[in-house]
Design a protein around this ligand. Structure first.
Ligand code: CU
Length: 689
C-alpha cells in the first residue's frame, strides 16, 4: 500500500514526472526494411572504417569517397541542416579538434564537436549519405571523436540496427595495453616478424592493489564500461528518444561494479573499498604505464595526494553540490527550476541518478552540479590541474580506461553511499511487496564441473590482435602481432530451483550471490550483505500447479554477454556471408553492453570462499511492464544492467529488488516462502595454461 502511495504521490501533488518524449531512440530515420544483404554490406563498410584509425583509411573506396565528398553540396540530404552548416563553418575557421589529439568526452569543447558530428551522422537521410559522411569524417575528423560519434550513430540509427562494432580493445589498443606491449608490437612490425606479446598487469606486488589489477585492468570490463556509457550517455537528450530509467541504471550498474570489485578484494584478502572524499587523502597512487597515440604517457599519481582546485571548478563548490544532494536525500525532495520535485516516489531513484551523474535529465544542473562527471575530471587532472605542464588527462577521463585506477571504485563507493542513504530513507518494503502467497522455493542447488554448491574459477589466456595500433608501412604486409592476456574465467554452472506452487504462474526468478564475511573473517550483517549482493541473473519463466524444477545455465544470465568476436573474425565472417558462405547474420537484437560472461562470479580462493546464493521468485503479473515484449528472454540477453535499447526497462520493480531496501531481520526475511538461501563456495583452480 505504502508503495502505491509512492507511485501515486506525484499525481496527488499535481506534479507529473512523465515526459512527452518517445522512448524510441531509432525514430526519425528514413531507411527501414533493409535486407540482410544491405546490412552485411553496411557491416563490412563500417568495419573497414574502423581499421587503423590513427592511419589513413586503407580502404581505397572509402578513402576516395571521404576525400571527395562535399557536405555543402549535399545539404538537402540531412534532416539537421543547421548542424551541417555549423560544422562547415567551424572547419573553415580551423576550430575542429585536429587528428591525433586525444579526445575527451569530459572536455566541453570536444564534446560539443562530437555531438555536432553525431547529429549529422544521425540525421543523414539514407545509408548512402551516412556512408559518405562517415567516410569524410574518417579522413578529416579527430579519430577518437570519429570512433565515438560513429559508435553512437551505429547504436541509434534504424538502418544500422544489429550492426556489430568490434571490441574497442582491438580498435584502439593504446587504451587497453601497456606502453611496453605497444612498443614491442612496433618493433615486431619494423622487423617484419610475427609476435605474441605477453601483456602483464601494471605495477608490482609491493602495491597491495596489484592483487586485484586483473579485474580493474580486464579488457572486457573496460569494454563493458565504455559500452554502458555509450548506451546511456550523460549528454544524451530526450529529443533523440528518452532512455528509460537511465539515472537508476547509472546507480545500479555502478553499484553492481562496486559489489563485484569488493568481492574480488575479499577473494584476495583485501578490505572493501573505502569511499573517497574531498577532505580525505588519496592514499593509493596509480601508474597506468599506458600511452596516448600522440601525447605520450597517461599521467601517474603518486601516493597520498590531495584534491586541487580546477580552473573552472573549486573543491568548495563541489562540497556545496554534495551537501545539497544529501539534503535532497534527507528530505526526499529536490529543488527543480520550477519548484520542488518529490523523490518519494518510484521515480525517485531515477531522478537522483540523473542528478548525481549528472546527465541531461538532471532536475537542476545549476543547483546540484555534476558531481560524478566532475569528480572524474578532478582525479584525471590531479597532477596538472591548471594545465601548466601540458599533460594529457589521466585514465579517469575515459570510460574505457577508468576502471584501471583504484580510485574509480573509491569514487563510485562515495556516490553509492548517497544512493544507499536515499534507499535507506525509504524504509523497508511492506510485506505485500515481497511475498508471493502460494509459491514456495523449496530448495536451490547449483552444480559446476560436477561439484555441488561449489563454483569454480580459473585464469585463462586470450589473444588480442594489435595491428590496429600500428600504422601501416608502405610496401610491407601486416604481420600477425598479438597480445596475450590473462583473464578471470569460470566453469559454467547450472541452477536447479525447486518450486511448489498452488497455481500456474508466470514468475520472475532473481538470483544473487552474497558474501558471508569481511576479509577479516567478521560475519557481515544483513545490511552489509544486501548491499554486497551481486546480481547473477534475473529471468522470467512459468511454473505450473504442484512441484516444479527450474533449471537455468549461468551462461544464459541476463547480466552478461559472451566474448565478442575479434575484429578479424567479424571481418572474415562478414566477407564470407557476403559471398554466400557461413552462417553469420546481422541480428537486430545484438547487444554490446553487458558484463563479460567470464566476470559473472568473483575469483574466490583455493580453499573455497564462502558465499550465499539467494533466490527470490516474484509474480510476473506485478513485474511486467506494459508494452515490453520479453520475447523468450532474448534482446541480446543483457537486460539487467543495460535494459533493452529503444524500449522500457523490462522489470517494473526497482533495480536490485528485494535487496535495495532495508531488511530489519534476516530470519523474518527468509521466512517469506518465495525467498530461499543456500551456502555455496567459490573455489579458485589457478591458471589454465
Ligand atoms: Cu561509469
Amino acid at each position: 500500500m505504502a508503495s502505491l502511495v509512492h507511485r501515486l504521490l506525484p499525481l496527488i501533488l499535481g506534479l507529473t514526472l512523465a515526459h512527452a518524449w518517445s522512448i524510441n531512440i531509432f525514430q526519425n530515420d528514413h531507411s527501414s526494411g533493409s535486407t540482410q544483404a544491405d546490412l552485411l554490406d553496411r557491416q563490412h563498410k563500417i568495419l573497414l572504417m574502423l581499421e587503423k584509425i590513427h592511419d589513413k583509411n586503407a580502404d581505397k573506396q572509402g578513402r576516395e569517397i571521404g576525400e571527395s565528398y562535399v557536405l555543402a553540396e549535399n545539404l538537402s540530404n540531412y534532416d539537421d541542416q543547421e548542424s551541417v552548416k555549423e560544422l562547415i563553418e567551424m572547419a573553415k575557421a580551423g576550430k575542429l579538434l585536429p587528428r591525433h589529439h586525444y579526445f575527451s568526452l569530459f572536455d566541453p569543447e570536444h564534446r560539443r564537436q562530437m555531438i555536432l558530428l553525431f547529429k549529422i551522422l544521425k540525421s543523414a537521410k539514407d545509408w548512402d549519405t551516412f556512408y559518405k559522411t562517415a567516410s569524410r569524417a574518417r579522413v578529416k575528423a579527430n579519430e577518437g571523436m570519429f570512433v565515438y560519434a560513429l559508435t553512437m550513430a551505429v547504436l541509434t540509427r534504424q538502418d544500422l540496427k544489429g550492426i556489430q562494432l568490434p571490441p574497442l580493445y582491438e580498435i584502439n589498443p593504446h587504451f587497453f595495453f601497456p606502453t611496453t606491449t605497444i612498443r614491442q608490437a612496433y618493433r615486431a612490425q619494423m622487423q617484419q616478424e610475427d609476435a605474441t606479446i605477453e601483456a602483464t598487469f601494471t605495477g608490482t606486488l609491493k602495491n597491495l592493489e596489484q592483487r586485484v589489477a586483473y579485474f580493474g585492468e580486464d579488457i572486457g570490463l573496460n569494454n563493458h564500461h565504455h559500452h554502458w556509457h555509450a548506451d546511456f550517455p550523460f549528454w544524451w537528450r530526450d529529443e533523440w528518444g528518452h532512455k528509460d530509467r537511465k539515472g537508476e541504471l547509472f546507480f545500479y550498474m555502478h553499484h553492481q561494479l562496486n559489489a563485484r570489485f569488493d568481492a574480488e578484494r575479499l577473494s584476495n584478502n583485501l578490505p572493501r573499498v573505502e569511499a573517497i572524499g574531498w577532505d580525505k587523502t588519496i592514499h593509493e597512487g596509480f601508474a597506468p604505464h599506458m600511452s596516448y597515440y600522440e601525447e605520450g604517457e597517461f599521467p601517474s599519481r603518486p601516493d597520498d595526494m590531495h584534491f586541487l582546485d580546477l580552473p573552472f571548478m573549486t573543491r568548495d563548490q563541489m562540497t556545496r553540490y554534495e551537501s545539497r544532494i544529501r539534503n535532497a536525500v534527507d528530505k526526499l525532495k529536490a529543488y527543480g527550476p520550477n519548484g520542488p520535485v518529490s523523490l518519494n516516489s518510484s521515480e525517485g531513484i531515477d531522478i537522483l541518478g540523473n542528478m548525481v551523474e549528472a546527465n541531461e535529465n538532471t532536475p537542476n544542473l545549476a543547483f546540484y552540479g555534476s558531481i560524478h562527471n566532475l569528480f572524474h575530471v578532478f582525479l584525471a587532472r590531479i597532477g596538472d590541474p591548471d594545465g601548466r605542464y601540458g599533460l594529457p588527462p589521466g585514465v579517469m577521463e575515459h570510460f574505457e580506461t577508468a576502471t584501471r585506477d583504484p580510485t574509480f571504485f573509491r569514487l563510485h563507493k562515495y556516490l553509492d553511499d548517497i544512493f544507499k542513504a536515499y534507499k535507506d530513507n525509504l524504509g523497508p518494503y511492506p510485506r505485500e511487496e515481497i511475498e508471493f502467497p502460494g509459491v514456495t522455493v523449496e530448495d536451490v542447488t547449483v552444480e559446476s564441473n560436477g561439484a555441488a554448491n561449489e563454483l569454480q574459477t580459473l585464469f585463462d589466456y586470450f589473444e588480442v590482435d594489435l595491428n590496429n595500433a600500428l600504422d601501416h608501412i608502405e610496401g610491407k604486409d601486416d604481420r600477425e602481432i598479438k597480445a596475450r592476456v590473462k583473464r578471470l574465467n569460470h566453469h559454467t554452472f547450472k541452477y536447479s530451483i525447486d518450486v511448489t506452487s498452488d497455481a500456474a504462474h508466470t514468475v520472475t526468478v532473481r538470483v544473487f550471490l552474497v558474501p558471508k564475511r569481511e576479509s577479516s573473517g567478521e560475519p557481515l550483517s544483513i545490511d552489509e550483505k544486501r548491499w554486497s549482493a551481486i546480481e547473477l541473473d534475473k529471468f522470467v519463466t512459468k511454473v505450473s500447479s504442484g512441484k516444479n524444477t527450474i533449471v537455468r545455465k549461468s551462461s544464459d544470465s541476463s547480466v552478461t554477454i559472451p566474448d565478442p568476436p575479434s575484429f578479424k573474425k567479424l571481418l572474415h565472417d562478414t566477407e564470407e556471408a557476403i559471398n554466400g558462405n557461413g552462417d553469420f547474420k546481422i541480428d537486430e537484437d545484438h547487444r554490446h553492453c553487458g558484463l563479460p560472461d567470464r566476470l559473472l562470479i568473483p575469483k574466490g580462493n583455493e580453499h573455497g570462499l564462502d558465499f550465499e546464493l539467494w533466490v527470490a521468485v516474484t509474480n510476473h503479473d506485478q513485474d511486467a511492464v506494459e508494452g515490453v515484449d520479453i520475447r523468450d528472454d532474448d534482446h541480446g540477453g543483457s537486460m539487467s544492467y543495460c535494459g533493452i535499447l529503444g524500449q522500457k526497462y523490462p522489470d517494473a520493480r526497482p533495480m536490485g529488488f528485494p535487496f535495495d531496501r532495508k531488511i530489519v531481520c534476516e530470519d523474518t526475511f527468509l521466512s517469506f516462502s518465495n525467498i530461499h538461501r543456500v551456502d555455496v563456495k567459490i573455489r579458485h583452480l589457478g591458471e589454465l595454461a
